[in-house]
Design a protein around this ligand. Structure first.
Ligand SMILES: [Zn+2]
Length: 60
């Protein structure tokens, strides 16, 4: 089975980010290059925006 992916540009570092076709708008993905969290704002055409900063309360 062939996996369909989209390519979009990271708004932070401008590198190409691969998005799997099954993602939905408002899902958060991570840029493989700069590790920014990116929100899918559109899938046709694929468009990314920086996700709002979220407090990490998981503790470490
Ligand atoms: Zn990036």
């Amino acid at each position: 089975m062939q996996k369909i992916t989209y390519a979009a540009e990271c708004p932070e570092c401008a590198s190409a980010v691969t998005i799997e076709a099954e993602v939905r708008v408002s899902e958060i993905i991570e840029c493989t290059d700069c590790r920014s969290e990116l929100e899918i704002v559109s899938t046709e055409p694929p468009e990314l925006a920086l996700a709002p900063e979220v407090e990490d309360d998981w503790g470490e």
